[in-house]
Design a protein. Structure first.
Length: 158
């Protein structure tokens, strides 16, 4: 399915605006990180670096992930990495912020193709996959109800 004519993604959460509002003294910039690491966060230097060569949706997802680490109070280990459980927590928070259930339902009502849904939500494929795979049972039920209502509305409006 092609992009919807005249549509642009409705972005529920803007990590750049969030960072500007809540972390105004931090430096956030895109640099060459070698294409291997999506982002680097240094609390001591108050810096977040994003891989410049990644597409905008991936940089948006990476910034949301870095902000989640800050909001959750995670401190990197002496080697500069986070613990695995902290990575999971940050991934989950970033995914929930970037992809709230109503936005996911709207995107899925339009397409079931993962790359199209990710593009509609303004996230990378990995963030969409993560959000869907870690959905709680009650969220899955709510999403099914939202999609059922959307399907009924489509039929009624024909």
């Amino acid at each position: 399915m092609a992009d919807r004519e005249g549509s642009s993604p409705h972005l529920s959460y803007d990590p750049a605006a969030d960072a500007a509002a809540r972390y105004p003294d931090w430096v956030i910039c895109s640099v060459d990180l070698g294409g291997v690491i999506p982002e680097v966060l240094s609390r001591s230097r108050r810096v977040i670096l994003l891989e410049r060569d990644h597409p905008p949706a991936q940089r948006r997802s990476s910034l949301a992930h870095a902000l989640a680490h800050l909001d959750l109070g995670h401190a990197e280990t002496p080697s500069g990495w986070f613990e695995q459980r902290e990575e999971v927590e940050a991934e989950d928070l970033a995914a929930r912020r970037l992809i709230p259930l109503p936005a996911l339902a709207r995107a899925l009502a339009w397409s079931r193709e993962p790359d199209e849904v990710a593009r509609e939500l303004g996230v990378d494929d990995a963030m969409l996959t993560l959000r869907q795979s870690r959905m709680a049972t009650d969220e899955r039920r709510r999403l099914r109800r939202m999609l059922a209502r959307s399907d009924r509305a489509t039929w009624v409006n024909r």
